[in-house]
Write a protein that binds this ligand. Structure first.
Ligand code: ADP
Ligand code: MG
Length: 447
């Protein structure tokens, strides 16, 4: 999976880092100093690791920091700084802050770092204007909620966090909550389990600004949606800013209840689309400004013209070039860039999907039983799902038409062929089929 390590580190990655050190250290050093390290947070570009013993801090800093950093670079392809802290001593003053988890904003995600282009300038300008409003006049709630949507790696998280950072910088006491919808869900579930629902409600209903990232993950989670709906109403009434991001526009969000969708539609909605060549070029230049690498224009142009998918992929490609140059101490060559581009694009296609998986995801998407795809039933819904599954099998696998027929309950290859043609045609003319297919492909190719 493509992953933006430049802005991400987590406990699972720390475990991998530990494994690398375990292989290099004596058992005793490992268990004294490394084994119990915990990932605390990402502070800008610095990974903050926590050790349970305060006397460990200087030792780790002196003896193991380089080794840790090296392992981190190997795993993440990114040069993070490292900060070792001790639980008792360093975290005490933090106790007063709002819940650390929900308030983590990456300072890198600010408006200055965001390159504008035709694909995103409406979103950027709206975000800036939202960040400048402290309290909305409830009668002028036209921009509330602010809803940003677009595909992966196009800067939604960057923008929503930039809003949070900007508001917090201007007014450090403002209670800004940033949370992914997944995290919102998990917290809510925990609150129910622990009988602390009132605490949860108090937290979310008393904030000044609520930023919820990737709302699409609340799909089918009806109770959480209900809770969000009520939270929304209360905040909205008080004129508190609410911002959502999503991978698609409200009306296309399957599995989200209508009244919540209608709330999403109340305010200001903007989309971000993939950057064009000029914007990609500008993004690369901006990212290079921050590194010590001098990259020839020719290579910059090559990358900009080769990676069209999204900004995350561009960053990944650049990071791997920068990493390699730093390691070898040689400037970037065209050959190196070609390799990096190739790797970036092939990572995407690496995931091979099989017919079984396609059927399962299609059945799930259309909410029919898996067996029904192979059976003879001809109700409209089932036939449609079956045809989409055949079409995707043809597109995503190497199977021949007769083989696909076999896989789908022994159908004739001409049946398969006409099903595929039909969906092919529809996928160009019918928005809802187009969206279905995109969704299914996204699910299939996600890691
Ligand atoms: P999304 O949330 O839409 O999947 P992100 O906000 O995580 O995407 O963006 C992926 C990466 O690309 C981040 O590191 C982000 O900083 C960077 N990025 C995206 N858009 C831009 C832009 N317009 N200018 C600079 N960096 C960008
Ligand atoms: Mg995101």
């Amino acid at each position: 999976m493509e992953y933006d390590y430049s802005a991400n580190f987590n406990s699972a990655l720390l475990e991998e880092v530990k494994k690398k050190l375990e292989a290099k250290l004596t058992n005793q050093s490992f268990s004294n100093f490394i084994k119990d390290l915990k990932f605390q947070e990402l502070e800008g570009d610095a990974i903050v690791l926590e050790t349970p013993k305060s006397s460990n801090v200087p030792v780790i800093e002196k003896k193991y920091a380089d080794m840790l950093k090296e392992a981190i670079v190997e795993i993440t392809k990114y040069n993070f700084d490292l900060k070792i802290v001790n639980t008792e001593k360093d975290s005490a003053p933090k106790a007063k802050q709002h819940d650390a988890d929900t308030n983590k904003l990456n300072p890198k995600y600010n408006f200055d770092e965001f390159v504008s282009g035709k694909n995103n300038d409406l979103a950027l300008n709206a975000a800036i204007s939202i960040a400048q409003m402290d309290n909305l006049n409830p009668n002028e709630n036209v921009k509330n909620p602010f809803f940003i949507y677009g595909g992966v790696g196009l800067g939604k998280t960057h923008l929503i966090q930039a809003i949070g950072n900007s508001i917090r910088n201007r007014n450090p006491r403002s209670n800004v909550i940033y949370v992914t919808s997944e995290k919102f869900l998990n917290e809510f579930v925990m609150a129910i389990k622990n009988n602390t629902r009132h605490v949860f409600q108090q937290k979310y209903r008393s904030c000044d600004v609520l930023l919820i990232d990737d709302i699409q993950f609340l799909k089918d989670k009806e109770e959480t949606q209900e809770e969000l709906f009520n939270t929304f109403n209360e905040l909205h009434e008080k004129g508190k800013n609410i911002v959502f991001t999503s991978d698609r526009k409200p009306n296309d969000l399957n599995g989200i209840v209508d009244r919540l969708k209608s709330r999403f539609n109340w305010g200001l909605m903007v989309d971000i689309s993939p950057p064009n060549y000029e914007t990609r070029l500008a993004i690369i230049k901006k990212k290079l400004d921050k590194s010590a690498i001098a990259m020839p224009q020719e290579i910059i142009e090559y990358i900009a013209s080769s990676i069209k998918t999204n900004v995350r992929d561009i960053e990944g490609c650049l990071n791997s070039i920068i990493y390699e140059c730093t390691l070898t101490n040689v400037g970037p060559t065209m050959e190196l860039a070609e390799k990096a581009v190739k790797r970036t694009s092939s990572d995407k296609q690496q995931k091979k999907v099989g017919v079984k998986e396609i059927k399962a995801v299609v059945a799930d998407h259309y909410r029919i039983a898996l067996e029904e795809i192979d059976q003879k039933k001809k109700t409209k819904d089932i036939a449609n799902a079956r045809q989409v599954a055949m079409y995707l099998t043809r597109t995503l696998t190497e199977l021949s038409l007769p083989k696909i027929g076999d896989e789908f309950g022994g159908r004739d290859h001409s049946t398969v062929s006409s099903a595929i043609k039909k969906i092919e045609k529809l996928s160009r003319t019918d928005d809802s089929i187009k969206r279905d297919i995109q969704d299914i492909i996204d699910t299939l190719t996600k890691n």
